[in-house]
Structures are given as C-alpha cells and as structure tokens.
Ligand binder design. Structure first.
Ligand SMILES: [Zn+2]
Length: 385
C-alpha cells in the first residue's frame, strides 16, 4: 500500500484542486480520503501538486536517432512516405541505433512526467515489433498505430488490403496513416472499416499544411478534414489549417483531434486555431510529433500551446484546459488511466508547487528537477536508471 499525504491533488476529469490523501494498492487508486494512516509506505506531498501523469498523444518515436536533421526542408521532403528523408534514413540506420535512441526518448518522457504515449509506427509489423521490444521493460505504456506498405498502392486488390490490415491490427492498437496525399480514399475506407470491425483506432494526419488542403480540394472537391470524417476516422492529427466549413463539420463529431503546435511551429505550417476548436464539443489532445523535430516533453508542449494560442487568438485560454489535453482527455483511449479518481490505475506525478496558481505552476514554471515522483501503475519509477 502506498499513501500520498498532504498534497494539493488535481482531482477527477476536471482537475479540481483539493487538499486530500490518496491510497494506492497494487496498481490502483483505491481511496481518496482526508483520513490519516499509520501503516503502508507514505509520501509526504506537503508543498506539492499531485496530478495525473501526462499522455503524449502523437509521437513518431522511431525517428529519435535523427534529431534536428534536415531543418529548413519542406514537410514533404522530410516526412512524406515512402521516399522522404526520414524514411530513407529509417531504412539504412542499424536497428541497434534506432532501439538505443527510442530508449533514450522514453527516459526523457519519464523524466518530464509522461507515462503514456500514442505512437505512429512506420515500417509495418517489423516496425511495431522493433519499438514494442525496445520499450517492453520500461515503465511506460504505448498505443501503437501501425501501417502497411500496401496502403500506398492505389491499385492493390481490395481483398489483399483487407487481409493485410486485419493482420497488421493483430499486432497493434490501430492504424496511423500519413495522409490523403499518399493514400487513395478507397484504400482508406477499407482500412477504417477493418479498424471499426476490430474495435481499433483509425488515425490520420489532416490539414497540417495549407498546401495539402488546397490540393485535396482541387483533386476531390473536398478538404482533408471532410474526407477523414466521411471515411470514418476517429482520430485526426494536426487540424492546423481547417476551413470554416471544416470547423462546422467537426462540431459535435465523435472524433479526437490531436494538436501538435510545436511541430507546426518548427515546420512553419501554422498555429492550430485552438480557441475555435474548443467550442466544438470534440475531444482535444496534445502531442509532440516527430522526435526528429521536437523533444518529447509535454511540459514544453503545454507551455508553447498556451502561449501561442493566447498570442495568436488574442483571447484568454484557460491553462487547465491545456493540462486536460495532456492528461484526462486521453481517457477515451487509455480507459482506466490518466485521471485521479478511485478505481483508476495510478499513473501519478508529485511535483513542487511553484506558484499560487496550480495550473500555471505546472505549465509556466515546472522543470524536470521539480518532479519529485513519477508513479506508473502504482509503482514509483526510478528516474536514476
Ligand atoms: Zn505526425
């Protein structure tokens, strides 16, 4: 039994600050109480904020070995499959080097408070196995969204696509497609229907760039967002450049939108219109995107998100909303973890309280050395390893 006492706990899905104690048994929060305990291992969280650990909802972790390569090149030149610089590098880099750099990124995530991530996994089944194996002994949890080379062949037989997708899904949690620029809509439909049949996630990058939105409109009469919603994807990555019609279509839709503001910033593709997206009754998440472009650090992501959004929209953005995007909003994907309530798995951070505003204390002030404890599934993570 582990007891966390005297902290300011950000409780429930709304992260309500309450001074209370948590009782953790095995991997779960079993009790939230003002009672004191005389037994069990105790952590005194006086002067600390106790919050759910972070979820990085969009990352390409396998390009961790290629940090800051190709800066200044266009998005297509760097990451467009199958021949973008990144894909060529992935093919010729020794597996050991990829594995080593993936492990380093996981350590960086843990040291900055992230214990869950959603990975867009290139390289088919082999690519999934490589990263799954690299992280299997580390205290982090991942949803892998894979893809198969057959998706890029517009002439592939429907049956073959169906078969390959079904097989791929037996190794991972869903499909993560690079974008409509590389994939035929009919292929995308088959892939999404297989995901739905197998209760897996269907995700795709959309509206990252104004250019791809325009090409989509010219070639099909529809925007990328429209095509993604009509095809039935349940997770859209970026949505940095939606049209006003896209915003209307997204309203009340049953999708999660993962924003990656720092990635958009470094690639010069825009600033996501967060203040417009907030009122659509959709689930908003945050991700750091390719490790090639960004450190997988959710504190940095939250700070950039809050400040560029306020600066760009000239409107107030509540910092609590940004922290929800990196914590409790990922509950629909991870299920029983990412929220401090009784019955949930205990993925928890205990961090120094650095100002009178608990949310800004985290976004505006927190440094890795202010994170006193990272707890994954009820166990204290040894950050020295
Ligand atoms: Zn991405």
């Amino acid at each position: 039994m582990l007891i966390i006492e005297n902290g300011l706990v950000l409780l429930g899905k709304e992260l309500k600050p309450v001074r209370t104690n948590l009782v953790i048994e095995d991997d779960k929060i079993i009790e939230i109480t003002n009672n004191k305990f005389n037994h069990g291992k105790k952590i005194d969280a006086t002067g600390c904020i106790v919050l759910p650990s972070f979820t990085n909802s969009h990352i390409h972790i396998a390009d961790s070995f290629a940090k800051d390569i190709a800066d200044g090149k266009s998005l297509d030149e760097i990451v467009k499959p199958p021949n973008g610089i990144k894909h060529r590098l992935l093919e010729k880099t020794p597996k050991e080097k990829i594995v080593e750099s993936v492990k380093r990124s996981v350590k960086e995530m843990l040291m900055t408070g992230t214990t869950r991530f959603i990975d867009f996994r290139e390289g088919g089944i082999e690519g999934i196995k490589l990263v799954r194996d690299a992280i299997k002994d580390l205290p982090i949890e991942c949803k892998f969204l894979g893809r198969d080379p057959i998706f890029y062949n517009p002439n592939a037989k429907r049956n073959e696509v169906r078969k390959k997708t079904k097989n791929l899904l037996s190794y991972c949690d869903g499909v993560g497609l690079s974008g409509f620029g590389e994939i035929d809509d009919n292929i995308a439909k088959i892939v999404v229907s297989q995901c739905k049949k197998n209760k897996k996630i269907a995700a795709i990058h959309v509206a990252e760039d104004v250019k791809t939105q325009k090409i989509s409109l010219k070639n099909t009469g529809k925007t990328e967002v429209q095509r993604a919603l009509e095809t039935g994807f349940d997770m859209l990555i970026h949505v940095t450049n939606p049209t006003s019609a896209d915003i209307e279509l997204l309203k009340n839709s049953d999708v999660s939108v993962v924003l990656c503001p720092r990635s958009n910033g470094i690639l010069g593709t825009g600033i996501p219109p967060i203040s417009n997206l907030l009122h659509l009754n959709i689930n908003l998440l945050l991700g750091s995107d390719n490790v090639m472009f960004n450190a997988p650090n959710m504190i940095r992501e939250m700070e950039y998100t809050l400040k560029v959004s306020r600066g760009f929209s000239r409107k107030y953005l509540d910092p609590k909303i940004v922290i929800k995007m990196a914590t409790t909003n990922s509950l629909p994907i991870f299920g029983d973890v990412g929220c401090i309530e009784e019955g949930y798995r205990a993925d928890i951070l205990i961090v120094k309280k650095l100002s009178s505003n608990p949310w800004l204390s985290i976004i505006n002030r927190l440094e890795p050395h202010d994170i006193h404890y990272v707890i994954k599934d009820g166990k204290i993570v040894n950050l020295a390893n």
